[in-house]
Design a protein around this ligand. Sequence first.
Ligand SMILES: *Cc1c(COP(=O)(O)O)cnc(C)c1O
Length: 494
Amino acid sequence: MYYVSTRGGTARVSAAQAIAQGLAGDGGLLTPEVFMRLSTNALDTLKEMPYPQRAVYVMQGFLEEFSAAELSAFAKAAYGPQRFDCPEVAPVHQVDGTTHCLELWHGPTCAFKDMALQMLPHLLTASLKKIGERKRVCILVATSGDTGKGALEGFRDVEQTRILVFYPKDGVSAIQELQMTTQEGENVGVCAVKGNFDDAQTGVKALFSDPELRERLGKRRWLLSSANSINWGRVLPQIVYYVSAYCDLLKSGTIQNGDRVNVCVPTGNFGNILAAYYAKAIGVPLGRLLCASNANNVLTDFIRTGLYDRERPFYNTISPSMDILVSSNLERLLLALSEDPAQVADYMEQLRTTGRYQVSDKVLQKLQREFSAGFCDDEQTKAQIAKTWKEHRYLIDPHTAVAFHVLEEYRRQSGDETPTIVVSTASPFKFCDSVLDALGVAERAQGLDILDQLTQVTGCPTPAPLAGLKGKSVRFTQWVERDGMAGQVEEILR
Ligand SMILES: *Cc1c(COP(=O)(O)O)cnc(C)c1O
């Protein structure tokens, strides 16, 4: 199986090359040329397997150059008990008769980024070996919170790698900041950047496109790479949990093989819901894919009208990991729907030059056959946290709450009562302040004491990785202006 650029401007490459490379030479995203197909029996076989084996089965269909033994070793290390706090890895919690919540936050950083970032380092280092690349890799990350910590945990002490994470000085929650600044490992670096997430992101992009920096580092046998969600090595492990959730519903007898199940996903960069689309494409009987957004509702408008327009105000919300105006992974969906890389290249060029594009009627029809969309504001998000807690004694974080809200609205408007998997992307304990606020607690504790407060109010235990922050010392305190970022890279690679 080969990988092609969404924009069609480069030759096809192998899976290992695609993962090692990250982005295609023409600026497009590397995407499988054809998709494997699961047989109906496959789901009945898979339902008897534990999560790591399900992962091997699905990933093997996309990674011809990797042996089953190799992938099994990766999956065991990535999803083992030292890393995930429950044997199911991605458990499905039944909320009511037709609503099932897929919890993707049982990993070391308590957010869904772990599902892919625990696997990516294995795939990346193996891919580099397979293509004969002898240089060591330095991973650069700009993060608005969850990706940075996920990547640090994934790459810590991985041989032949260094990782350096930049986060906006005033743009992450107190807990997210502590998670990063206390990071352990010999090959890690964390640095704040003055400004907002866009400043950090622009700065990292500038480092990637600085030929002199690349050359200087190359001479010292260092290669720059990214752990961003545009890398195929991040999308692929996410397909697995949709297959796995369907299998769990089969296994518990909730559904019969072939029954349709809808999926509702809190969406930012479109990586997570894209994986649901691919899971459906390879044969998991998924029904409608509900794309849930916060006040930054560019995707809601796009799915309803076919017009993608990023020229709009940017809002900082209580679901910050979804505060995004340009959803990079949408490009892969455009290729799947249009089957025309030249058209995708044209849309992306329009986006770059005018800030918007309108897809063709054919693409819009296909889009609306698969997807529905909705959004909500912060007040509705908080009301949803309170309601889900009151009605079901089920505690959800603000990102997950956006999805629950959008699902309820969809059901009211459409009358569609198909069983639905709601994707839960973070532990509520990562966002204690907003969650306690939603539960009506006006006087909130300071610092890490707020974790205990949320436990006292709800009786829910604090996840061990967050409780463990208390004993840790801060290792990284430096911050730089944007023009100081290159210096930090040279520093960590010294
Ligand atoms: C990253 C993230 C999202 C958005 O996921 P995408 O794949 O970017 O759409 C949603 N919720 C949480 C908690 C996240 O960390």
